[in-house]
Design a protein around this ligand. Structure first.
Ligand SMILES: *Cc1c(COP(=O)(O)O)cnc(C)c1O
Length: 449
């Protein structure tokens, strides 16, 4: 083992990782990035099949973004937004309001997806306390089964993935939990579209029962990503917007995973013409270069925080690196790349090819379901395709498949036995073909059928 590998195992505590298992293995130590590839200290190249945990959009060395960061660095790396304004955060806030769903007019910066959601929850909560007339009873949130909104405590509270969130249950505020739309394993035994999205009745009855206590409904739009890439059927998000309107509560949309082109449009909300009241973005925001996040709000919400200073009605929240200048410069450059390279037009063809290529995986008996929204894909492996019986979790089939494809020069990471494929938007048709072929081989190698 190399010196760096040993020192990693000695000092670095990796996220979501059983460290005894980690220390049994040999870490790949990444040193460089070239386009869609990661290069380790031994010089091995790996295709970045999960966009470095869903953040990278245009490859690792895009010249426009690198140049923008360098130029900003020559001016200043960071100054605070507490008591001061900054050039790149002004320019970016204006740009974001321009591209976000219409009606979102104010931008609150933070530095990761969890904090963007945390900010949205606190804004919603405080909004009801001090809007006029106030509705102080609105203190509860509705969130979905299998939801993932991040790892800080507020985000954990609205999260609904048992094995991530259960441990911290006693520590977080209770939420009203609505049924999600898990079409592959529909608990009602129905199919879309003839089901008419029957599962939303669960949210409807929560709102009917608790409507006047609900501060907001928090959802991931179009697809529940960390849940295992579970798409929400067409029309689902629009219905949720209607339900929120009927019950006069806020819709909080978490676009941390879906934002910035992942689903084939700049934002997932655009597919359904929905404007949320609060809107969280992060991951793809800087194209994967720097940590930055934002929570956008409507003018209506913003106005509820306006008052004479003595009333103490401002939003009491902020982070040291809020509105970081390098991050904002990277994001401005990211948006420039979207325009200059017509990324959203180009990616339509890429998504189509990915859909077609993935079809070939259905020849494998253990492929239970292939779920896709744009460049977000989950391939669920099952022990029995007819009964949808999962593999025993201790067999770690998803993990083994990802190790097998790694030996073929591709980095993937599973969610249980769902293999996630989330390449950068800059993925080429050839790269898609070789990725899917390698995935096919890897599944065969591990499962044999
Ligand atoms: C990743 C993710 C988050 C959390 O973002 P971090 O930057 O990891 O804190 C929140 N919501 C969704 C939908 C995500 O996919």
């Amino acid at each position: 083992m190399s010196d760096l590998e040993e020192r990693d195992q000695r000092y670095v505590w990796h996220p979501f990782t059983q460290m005894s298992d980690w220390m049994d293995g040999r870490p790949i130590v990444i040193e460089k990035g070239e386009g869609n590839y990661l290069i380790d200290t031994a010089g091995n190249r790996y295709f970045d099949g999960i966009s470095s945990m869903w953040v990278n959009l245009h490859g690792h060395d895009h010249p426009t973004i690198r140049r923008a960061i360098h130029e900003q660095l020559d001016r200043i790396a960071h100054s605070t937004l507490l008591g001061l304004a900054g050039v790149p955060s002004i320019e970016l806030a204006e740009k974001l309001v321009g591209i976000a769903p219409e009606g979102l007019t104010r931008v609150f910066f933070s530095d990761n997806g969890s904090t963007a959601v945390e900010v949205a929850l606190k804004l919603a909560y405080q909004y009801w306390q001090q809007k006029s007339p106030a509705e102080p009873k609105r203190q509860r949130f509705i969130a979905l089964k299998d939801a993932y909104h991040g790892d800080t405590l507020g985000a954990v509270a609205v999260g609904g993935i048992e094995h991530f969130h259960q441990t911290f249950g006693p520590l977080v505020f209770p939420v009203l939990r609505a049924e999600n739309a898990h079409c592959y394993r529909c608990p009602y035994g129905l199919t879309h579209p003839s089901c008419e999205i029957h599962c939303l009745e669960s949210m409807e009855s929560l709102l009917a029962e608790h409507g006047d206590e609900v501060a907001g409904v928090v959802v991931e739009p179009l697809i529940q990503a960390a849940a295992g890439m579970i798409p929400l059927p067409d029309g689902w998000l629009r219905r949720v917007r209607e339900l929120c309107d009927q019950h006069e509560t806020l819709l909080i949309v978490d676009e941390v995973a879906t934002g910035f082109g992942r689903t084939g449009k700049m934002f997932a909300c655009e597919h359904e013409g929905v404007t949320p009241d609060l809107f969280a973005v992060a991951k793809g925001m800087t194209a994967g270069f720097l940590p930055l996040a934002a929570t956008l709000a409507t003018e209506e919400i913003f106005n509820a925080f306006l008052a004479p200073v003595k009333n103490q009605q401002q939003f009491f929240h902020g982070h040291s690196y809020t509105g970081n200048a390098l991050g904002c410069a990277a994001t401005l450059a990211n948006l420039e790349v979207f325009e200059q390279e017509a990324v959203l037009e180009r990616v339509q063809g890429t998504i189509q090819v990915l859909t077609e290529e993935l079809e070939s995986l259905r020849r494998l008996n253990c492929v239970g379901d292939i779920r896709q929204r744009g460049l977000m894909v989950g391939v669920e492996l099952v022990a029995d395709r007819n009964t949808k019986q999962p593999f025993p979790p201790q067999d770690r089939i998803g993990h083994l498949v990802c190790l097998a494809i790694r030996r073929r020069g591709i980095i993937l990471r599973p969610l249980g036995d769902t293999v996630v494929v989330m390449p950068p938007l800059s993925v080429t048709v050839e790269e898609i073909r070789s990725l899917v072929a390698a995935l096919h081989e890897s599944i065969l190698e591990v499962v044999g059928t």
